[in-house]
Design a protein around this ligand. Sequence first.
Ligand code: UDP
Length: 326
Amino acid sequence: MTTLVTGGAGFIGSHLVDYVLAETADDVIVFDDFSTGRSGNLDHLDDDRVQVREGDVRDAESVRAAVEDATVVYHLAAAVGVQNVVENPLSSLRTNLAGTENVLDAAAETGTPTFVASSSEVYGKSPDVPFSEDDDRVIGPTSTTRWGYATAKAADEFLALAYHEEVDLPVVVGRFFNIVGPRQSGRYGMVIPTFVEQALAGDPLTVYGDGTQTRSFTHVEDAVRAVYELTNTTSAHGDVFNVGEPEPTSINDLARRVVDLTGSDAEITHVPFEEVYGPDFEEPDRREPDVTKLRETIGWAPEADLDRILRDVIEARSEREVRIDA
Ligand code: UDP
C-alpha cells in the first residue's frame, strides 16, 4: 500500500506523513513543489518508506504519475496563508483550482480514495456561528482578493462532490479551522508562529484590528487524526466535514497567553487591518465549527487545548534554535 500526500513537505502535510508512518505499514510518496513547503519539515524522518517527489500540482502529468503509484491520496497541496493569497492572487488561484482538478482527474481514473483539504474560509464572513457544514456561505465581492481563496476552495469542494456523485470516486472533504502547531511558519502571516517569534524576541505582539475577533485554534495532531480517519471511513465518503476545535479564542486573549507562557515582557500593540493588508480588506469576525458530524462519524474530539498547542509551538521553536546554534 502506498499513501500519496500532496503538499507533504508543508506544515499539515508533514504531520500527516508522520501519522501515516506511525499508524500503518504504508510507503509514503511526498509530492511537493517546495514553494511554501520546506525540506526541513521532513528532516526528522529517517525512513526508507518515504519517497520525495518535487513537483507542481498544476502539472497534470506529474500528478497523474504520482497518483498512479498510490492506493490512497491526501491532497493538501495548496497556496495558503492570507498574506500569501492576497499578495499572489493569480498563482494562488491557479494552484488551488487546477491543482485539485488534476488530482481528482487522476484519482478518478484509478478510483483511488482521496481526501481534499478545504478551509473554514469557505464560510466567509457569515455571522452565524458555530458553522455547520450545510450552512449558507457569506462571501464578499470579487474585488476583494481574500475571497478568491474562499471561492477556489468552494469550487474544489463542488468538484470533489461531483466526482463522487458522477463516477463514484471515494472522496472526502475536510474544512480546516485554523490548524496550528510545531513547524507552522510565520512567513505567511499566521498568527501563532508570529506571536511566539515576537514574544521570544521581546518585540511587540502585533494584534490586528481591535483583537476581539475569534478563531478556533486546532492542534495539527488532532487535525491529521481526523483526516486519516475520515479517509479510511467509507460512510464519510461523498461528504464534507468541519475539522476544528469548537472552543474559540479572541486574538487579544491569544496574545496574552503567548506573553504569559513565554515569560516575555513584550508589549501587545494593535495595528489597523488596512496598514497590513491595504484598503478593501475584509476579516471574518468569528469562526467556530460545529463538529457534531465529525464526532458522530469517526468519534473525534480534540485532545489538545490552546495551552498545550502554545507549549508545543514554543518548545519546538526552542529545540530548533538549539539545533541551529549547535
Ligand atoms: N493576526 C494578528 N496578528 C498577526 C497575524 C494575524 O492579529 O500578526 C490575526 C488575524 O487578523 C486573524 C487571526 O489573527 O484575525 C488569525 O490569523 P491567521 O492569518 O493565522 O489565520 P486566518 O484565520 O486569518 O486565516
